[in-house]
Design a protein around this ligand. Structure first.
Ligand SMILES: [Zn+2]
Length: 295
């Protein structure tokens, strides 16, 4: 008997590596938790990571598609063109920048307005396009938003604005800042007429937009962990020379301090809006039913 036996080693054959070509855009990697999933599944999940609940940015038209009733959105005619009164130049001309954004998004400026239905409730709608100059508010955005408020007042329809913006567009100087006053005045008139205004704050909603129409909704809804605030946390930290609390300027923090009413996951946003409309604007549905019956 041998005390030691020679071990038999099995030589593992290296597995044949087959090169699989994956077409671009087939997979999506979550920028927060790095989870990888099929782009198709990501889209089905409304651009929200199923693992960490990261709510990714959504383009204006996709947002319209997931928020309002199918094929109910009728966009306003895009007749307002942005101008360059300051002949602004940084690393390139402002007008050239505008042209590149217009080519990229197919829009003349950073907001889409129109009329839509949400769960059968007729609403005036405005959806900001972050891909156009960071959703910044220049004179065209301010004017289109104001006209949407005026339409809401004239037709006595509730209004929903879905915000995504870095603030006022500095390339237009004072003209962009004036939009804050103009949009706020239009909301004051809606308020007097008791017409409900719902704002949805998505990541990010900051600065001049937050300091005007984004924060003036009768009901303010936000998506989870969206950056909501006026100046950025770094600027505040340097100004007050104090360390800011955890979660500062995120939707949940802002809600807990009384500035936002509801934080809701994107998949529940539409139902939340329908519930609110049924409570605050039941006539918007009745009106529609009556008019469709009479046709
Ligand atoms: Zn994730």
């Amino acid at each position: 008997m041998t005390w030691f036996r020679k071990r038999k080693y099995t030589v593992l054959k290296p597995t044949e590596k087959k090169r699989v070509d994956i077409p671009d855009g087939l997979w999506h990697k979550c920028q927060q938790c790095l989870h990888i999933l099929l782009a198709r599944d990501y889209e089905k999940n409304l651009w929200v990571c199923p693992k960490c609940n990261f709510h990714d940015r959504v383009s204006g038209w996709d947002r319209i598609g997931i928020t309002f009733d199918p094929e109910s959105f009728i966009a306003d005619e895009d007749i307002l063109d942005p101008t360059d009164p300051l002949e602004f130049f940084d690393t390139m001309n402002y007008m050239d920048r505008l042209v590149s954004y217009q080519k990229k998004t197919g829009l003349k400026d950073a907001v889409i307005t129109g009329i839509a239905k949400c769960g059968g409730y007729k609403v005036v709608a405005g959806v900001m396009e972050f891909n156009f100059a960071g959703g910044s508010m220049g004179s065209v955005v301010g004017e289109k938003i104001t006209r949407a408020f005026e339409r809401s007042l004239k037709e006595r329809l509730p209004i929903v604005i879905i915000c995504a913006s870095g603030g006022a567009r500095m390339q237009e100087g004072i003209l962009s800042l004036m939009q804050m006053a103009k949009t706020s005045m239009a909301i004051a008139r809606l308020n007097e007429a008791k017409i409900p205004y719902i704002t949805v704050l998505t990541h990010p909603t900051t600065a001049g937009v937050m300091a005007s129409y984004a924060s003036l909704g009768d009901v303010i809804i936000a998506e989870p962990n969206a950056l909501i605030g006026f100046a950025g946390p770094r600027v505040i930290q340097q100004t007050i020379n104090q360390i800011l609390p955890k979660g500062f300027q995120r939707s949940e923090f802002v809600r807990d301090h009384g500035f936002i009413d509801i934080v809701t996951n994107r998949k529940d946003l539409r139902n939340t809006m329908i519930n609110l409309l049924s409570f605050f604007a039941p006539w918007a549905r009745e009106k529609e039913e009556v008019s469709s019956q009479s046709q």
